[in-house]
Design a protein around this ligand. Structure first.
Ligand SMILES: Nc1ncnc2c1ncn2[C@@H]1O[C@H](COP(=O)(O)OP(=O)(O)OP(=O)(O)O)[C@@H](O)[C@H]1O
Length: 311
């Protein structure tokens, strides 16, 4: 296998607040993204997707584990220290209004990205054109755009820095339904066209299905199933993946399957023993209550790999 563009191995990331229990938001997660590949990271709210993304960007330090971008280790808060592994990582956030400076024309903000990449050939207007906006919008301020247009501007700014890895952290969840699929497709097309990898975080599985080559399903700090998108859709194996897919609303508003996921994601400061999903799992066995399934690509005792003859 060639070296992946992004490699996350056994990553642990904790939130520490004085006087409160440690929140282990990412609890031994592993994930890979190849150059030119789109990986959709899905899971319910509170599963640790944003915390993982922030650690990959160097915005949050890891308690243990490894993050490598282009083979180079990412160091905590490396962004500020101009970590060479991070200069090629750009993130697009949920709310473009808070990530863009309201007092500067968008052209000037895109020009910052071009300067970061040392790109003297392209202009902000070129970037706006690439994201489907008129060239003369460079002179406008963020409040003069609709939500979908503003997210296109944020994508243009991210692309200007010529990232090798683009991360979208719920980049479509604040947009109108009509803009969601368009913006998701745009991110996919631009990332693939430029040879960058895209880690696309969303709780909208139907959009992830449209754009992702592979999906990674996260539950309470761990990646519990990974696989090519079409295969996971055709044959979801982890009971959590099955429940997530079953909960996707059909066009008439009803769930595709009647199965509902009982209860909520447990508190990551006090996770259940054994398999983290067992209290909500309809198929839980004794082993699931006792031992954590620490293997892939499906971290479930129903799908444990065969022991090798030597072991
Ligand atoms: N700064 C923080 N301090 C304490 N706990 C935090 C902090 N940020 C996140 N958490 C907790 O860490 C866990 C994971 O949160 P995170 O935002 O990474 O999940 P998520 O899957 O991205 O969810 P969402 O889609 O709602 O953003 C949650 O239990 C959350 O409450």
């Amino acid at each position: 296998m060639t070296t992946p563009l992004l490699s996350v191995e056994d990553l642990v990331v904790e939130h520490r607040t004085p006087g409160r229990p440690v929140v282990r938001a990412v609890a031994g997660a592993s994930l890979h993204v190849a150059a030119g590949e789109v990986v959709g990271l899905v899971g319910e709210s509170g599963c640790g997707k944003s915390t993982l993304a922030r650690a990959v960007c160097g915005l949050h330090g890891a308690a243990s584990g490894r993050i490598r971008v282009g083979g180079r280790p990412v160091t905590p808060l490396g962004l500020r220290r101009r970590d060479p592994a991070l200069t090629g990582v750009q993130m697009v956030f949920q709310d473009p209004y808070s990530s863009l400076n309201p007092r500067r024309r968008v052209g000037a903000q895109i020009a910052d990205g071009l300067r970061t990449a040392g790109d003297t050939a392209a202009s902000p207007a070129d970037l706006l054109e690439r994201v489907g906006l008129p060239r003369d919008f460079a002179g406008r301020y963020p409040h003069e755009f609709s939500g979908g247009q503003r997210q296109r501007v944020a994508i243009a700014r991210a692309l200007a820095a010529r990232p090798s890895l683009l991360i979208g952290d719920e980049p479509i969840s604040a947009l109108d339904a009509s803009a969601q699929a368009q913006v998701a497709r745009l991110m996919r097309d631009l990332a693939v066209e430029s040879g960058a990898g895209l880690l696309f975080i969303s709780h909208d599985l139907s959009v992830v299905r449209l754009i992702a080559d592979r999906i990674a399903v996260m539950y309470l700090g761990k990646v519990v199933e990974t696989g090519p998108t079409a295969e996971v859709w055709a044959d979801p194996r982890h009971p959590y993946t099955r429940a997530l897919l079953a909960a996707i609303p059909s066009p008439d508003g009803a769930g595709v399957l009647p199965a509902e996921l009982p209860g909520d994601v447990p508190d990551p400061a006090d996770p259940p023993a054994g398999c983290r999903f067992h209290p909500r799992c309809p198929l839980a066995m004794d082993v699931c209550r006792e031992k954590e399934p620490d293997f892939g690509p499906v971290a479930c005792w129903l799908h444990a790999p065969e022991p090798s003859p030597a072991s």
